[in-house]
Design a binder for this molecule. Structure first.
Ligand code: NAP
Length: 296
């Protein structure tokens, strides 16, 4: 029987609607609308698209968003000065520095400059450090990993005691997803480019999160029957039947996997929409923290 589809578009839409509703309630109570500032350094076309999408989503949720752009040759000091200015701006509750930064800039130093209470992307070293420690609570969780967990929880997947395999160990997806799965009491195996016999490890997985950035890397016959598959990958492959000349596929061979898995996210329309919805949720949380609400 084909797998149940985990429809990220529908789940993200519901979350966006919930955020919009809560923003409206704030404004009715006389509280300020949440404010997000984005910082885009350079002209990376993919980053420009992502930042535009984030602003559009903010607008739809009645969140104020202000875009700042700096040239690709901006100095470390200039980027940090802008972040500090935004830290001090009471109308800005969340700051998002779009990654990757151009070569030559020290990403860690920039992320470290963001006020902890405004770190809506959750990449501040202290927030990530807390994520890795038992009994500590990060103020914000990075949007894509949080989106993965939201999809799993919304779909009623039992994580406690489950065998989870995470493919990829990047700072933005694989590692934080792995930490979140551990916090949810799953037993986690992290695979990366040096892992031996990945297919054998995946065959043991009740839950697979794929984030390697390689088109259709995971084949259907690698999966344990009934496994839950969350495909984070977004890869362009040539498709001459499309006007654009390409189409998007995930890290999992969907047509094969859908015949074996118990539930699966499509690409596009799976994790992608969740990333933006969680960013809105995090921005609302930042505004609530600024109100003095300790739990956000
Ligand atoms: P990344 O930084 O390039 O990391 C890729 C990871 O995959 C690394 O840990 C790497 O291992 C591992 N890897 C590479 N080749 C491998 C192989 N042959 N076997 C096993 N592991 C291998 O990528 P990322 O930023 O995490 O992104 C991963 C994918 O998610 C991309 O397609 C990206 O577009 C997508 N993405 C989607 C969203 C969304 O909103 N849906 C957000 C972010 C990213 P090493 O560490 O050993 O190099």
């Amino acid at each position: 029987m084909p797998a149940k589809l985990i429809d990220g578009k529908v789940i993200a839409e519901a979350l966006r609607e919930e955020v919009k509703q809560k923003v409206a309630e704030r404004i009715e109570k006389g509280l300020p609308a949440p404010g997000l500032a984005t910082v885009l350094v350079g002209e990376n076309p993919a980053s420009q698209v992502y930042v535009r999408m984030k602003h559009k989503a903010c607008q739809e949720a009645d969140i104020i968003s202000i875009g700042h752009t700096l040239p690709a040759d901006a100095s470390q000091e200039e980027v940090e000065a802008l972040v500090k200015e935004l830290n001090a701006d009471p109308d800005i509750h969340g700051i998002l520095v779009q990654l990757p930064l151009p070569a030559g800039l020290d990403e860690e130093r920039v992320l470290n400059t963001i006020s902890l209470q405004k770190d809506v992307d959750g990449f501040h070293p202290i927030n990530i450090g807390r994520l890795a420690q038992k009994g500590r609570e990060p103020l914000f969780i990075p949007a894509t990993p949080a989106g993965v967990m939201y999809l799993l929880e919304d779909s009623g997947v039992e994580l406690s005691g489950a065998n989870a395999v995470v493919l990829g160990r990047s700072n933005i997806v694989g590692m934080p997803v792995s930490l979140l799965l551990v916090r949810a009491n799953a037993t986690v195996t992290i695979c990366h480019s040096r892992t031996k016999d990945i297919s054998a490890l995946i065959r043991e997985a009740d839950v697979l999160v794929a984030a390697v950035g390689m088109p259709e890397f995971v084949r259907g016959d690698w999966l344990k029957p009934g496994a839950v598959v969350i495909d984070v990958g977004i890869n362009r492959i040539e498709d001459t039947t499309r006007k654009s000349g390409y189409r998007l596929v995930g890290d999992v061979a969907f047509d094969e996997a859908v015949e074996v898995a118990g539930a699966i996210t499509p690409v596009p329309g799976g994790v992608g929409p969740m990333t933006i919805a969680v960013l809105l949720q995090n921005t609302l949380r930042a505004a609530r923290l600024a109100d003095g609400n300790k739990n956000g």
